[in-house]
Design a protein around this ligand. Sequence first.
Ligand code: PLP
Length: 368
Amino acid sequence: MKIPLSAPDITEAEIEAVVAVLRTSRLSLGPVTEQFEAQVAASVSLPHAIAVSSGTAGLHLCIRALGIGEGDEVIVPSFTFIAAANALRYERALPVFVDIEAATLNIDPQRIEEAITPRTRAIMAVHNFGVPAEMSAILEIAARHGLVVIEDACEAIGAEYQGRKAGAIGYAGVFAFYPNKQITTGEGGMVVTADETLARRIRALRNQGRYETDDWFQHSELGFNYRISDINCALGLTQMRRLEEILRKRETVAAAYHQRLSHHPHLTLPSLAVIGGRISWFVYVVRLPAARRDAIMRRMLDAGIGCSRYFAPIHLQPSYAAWRDLGNLAVTEAEAKRTLALPFFNNLEIEAIDEVCDVLEELLKTGY
Ligand SMILES: Cc1ncc(COP(=O)(O)O)c(C=O)c1O
């Protein structure tokens, strides 16, 4: 791709940090993993952070450690990344998909209550694209029905909602560090929580079910290998030290797109800001007329411009055939036909933004 959809921002500091770990004998379960955990915990003002091999692993461990299992229902948007629902199914729990608000593309709190049944155990609040979900309403509904709130903050590290950090508002939160994310470890994730017992359990489950007092060949319960290496964590730690700089760079790119495209009659742009909060920009998603989205996307890809439909609804995936005909996800299905993520990364140059916008505007003009 001439202009990729995403690109990691790796400086000499990251490279040096990774090489420094390689010169030691502690490549996993070492001090750099602990430092990375401490850095993320401090960034969200929580006492516990557990680094894991991916965001998916982090979500799975939350579900497992909370004892959510066979037949339990968890409320989750369908308009999000599939891992949010897969994490439930790994434990034979059932995703109950709730529609989104067209304005924010996040779960619609007004639709949550009608989806609650006696089997509902939790709400998975996802901060899509780094835009904080309506946590006050979600927490209030959860409290009224005795439900746990898990935050899928995989796309939202650094986002804020009413003075609190995304990921630190519910009972547990999960971040992800795939290379398209704001902060990367190559592959990796992090669970954050205020609950010490939950944190201990997740630490044990991450490491083959070994409790803190267990030796290497003592496995107190069925666990997983969801560890992350110190090599990955060195990258993540160095990136986390640059978090504010990275968030600002991304805000600048979003603002440049906004300025350039805001008067286009056929485009709906994402809001640049949220009241009382902060967006941690993950992707920049515009909405086109549904009938034209796929043709325009193909043309842009042909022109070497990375772009993608974000998201394909989970309930329409082949692996979710049993959920296909729900009929209650009209906004999800309508909006998913219109979305197009444009190239978006820290160091995207203004000339490249102009080129993306030129191509997009030309396609819109010529009737594709
Ligand atoms: C909303 C959401 N949830 C979960 C994940 C899973 O994270 P990972 O890819 O690190 O497993 C992602 C990452 O793409 C995501 O965007």
